[in-house]
Design a protein around this ligand. Structure first.
Ligand code: IPM
Ligand code: MG
Length: 358
């Protein structure tokens, strides 16, 4: 198979972890006789520094011309403490999601048995959890009109949804549920928000077309609580952009660490694959970041973008084997981990690569 893959390392630890995602892709290509060619592009703070624009046109052109994109992370603390900055790294990510029509963000909460004791939650609460989030990605308050009055005493962000936006993500979630536990939990705030009432109405209509899938509607506040109380009860979780952003960070603790979670953003064209973690400038450049989320994002790319299920399995198995052998990065180590088993980004990436070849 011939594929043209765009690597966008982005900011902070994004630069360090995508190196390993790319190496894994190259190794899979060699092992399975595929021809993967790689291009690189800039985005985020890195792109602002180089061009003044968080998403240069050149990056967008390359993105549209590629078969899949592996992205690292975005952001810089300089902007976090400067709410008045007009140009921000995150604008690059939001714009590329919109431009590529990436309306469905899949975030699997993949729990490796070896990491049951890396979480702050009890192993018996976690064991057996397997959740797939469908987060809507190109609508909601993220993309609604933003306002601030001249006196600087008022601001507003418009939360809005079109029927078709809810329909298409709901359909994707139900299709996926059919191949899994056959349950969809749709999360909203329909007791308060009009957008959520439209959301619930549309989901009910789609649900009627999937009688073999069990549907539950849950308010976001309750869902946030249930997720840590009894995560096993969830199969597919379907939710809006902002609720999904928050819930999936919470859910990452089920998998032990943000450093473990991969995501796939799909829609009309080229798919976009990235860890759910941020740029983590506090540990950037120190060889401390966990490369596994980037490597697992590669597994999602192979599976979802290229239909290479066997290759995807080989990657996921190599990650599992690495953990089984006892290797950990700092974020997934615990008090019992032997210090010599705690590896940096590069040593951890190299371990996975070694086991991938076996
Ligand atoms: C995510 C991130 C982004 C989001 C930020 C960086 C804009 O938190 O992908 O979850 O809010 O969507
Ligand atoms: Mg987030």
């Amino acid at each position: 198979m011939k594929k043209n893959i765009l690597i966008i390392p982005g900011d902070g630890i994004g630069q360090e972890v995508t190196v390993w995602g790319k190496q894994v892709l190259a190794s899979i290509a060699a092992q399975f006789n595929h021809e993967f060619s790689f291009q690189e592009a800039i985005m985020g703070h890195t792109a602002i520094e180089a061009t003044g624009n968080p998403l240069p046109d050149e990056t967008l052109v390359k993105a549209k011309a590629s078969d899949a994109i592996l992205f690292g992370a975005i952001g810089h603390q300089k902007y976090d403490n400067d709410p008045s900055a007009k140009v921000r790294p995150e604008q690059g990510l939001l714009k590329i999601r919109k431009e590529l029509g990436l309306y469905a963000n899949l975030r699997p909460i993949l729990l490796f048995d070896e990491l049951l004791d890396a979480s702050s939650l009890k192993p018996e609460v976690l064991r057996g959890t397997d959740i797939l989030f469908f987060r809507e990605l190109t609508g909601d308050v993220y993309f609604g009109e933003k306002k601030r009055n001249e006196q600087n005493t008022f601001a507003s962000d418009l939360m809005n949804y079109n029927r078709y936006e809810v329909e298409r993500i709901a359909r994707k979630a139900y299709e996926a549920a059919r191949t899994r536990g056959k349950k969809v939990c749709s999360v909203d705030k329909a007791n308060v928000l009009e957008t959520s009432r439209l959301w619930r109405e549309v989901v009910q209509e789609i649900a009627a077309q999937y009688p073999d899938v069990e549907t539950e509607h849950m308010f976001i506040d309750n869902a946030a609580m249930q997720l840590v109380k009894n995560p096993k009860k969830f199969d597919v979780v379907l939710t809006a952009n902002l609720f999904g952003d928050i819930l999936t960070d919470e859910a990452s603790q089920i998998a032990g660490s943000m450093g473990m979670l991969a995501s796939a953003s799909i829609g009309d064209g080229t798919g976009f694959f990235e860890p759910i973690h941020g740029s983590a400038h506090d540990i950037a450049g120190q060889d401390k970041a966990n490369p596994l989320a980037s490597i697992l994002s590669v597994a999602l790319m192979l599976d979802i973008a290229f239909g290479l299920q066997e290759e995807a399995r080989v990657v996921t198995n190599a990650v599992a084997a690495t953990l089984k052998s006892g290797w950990r990065t700092g974020d997934i180590a615990n008090a019992e981990t032997r210090p010599e088993n705690i590896l940096g980004t590069n040593a951890m990436g190299a371990k996975v690569l070694e086991l991938l070849k076996k």
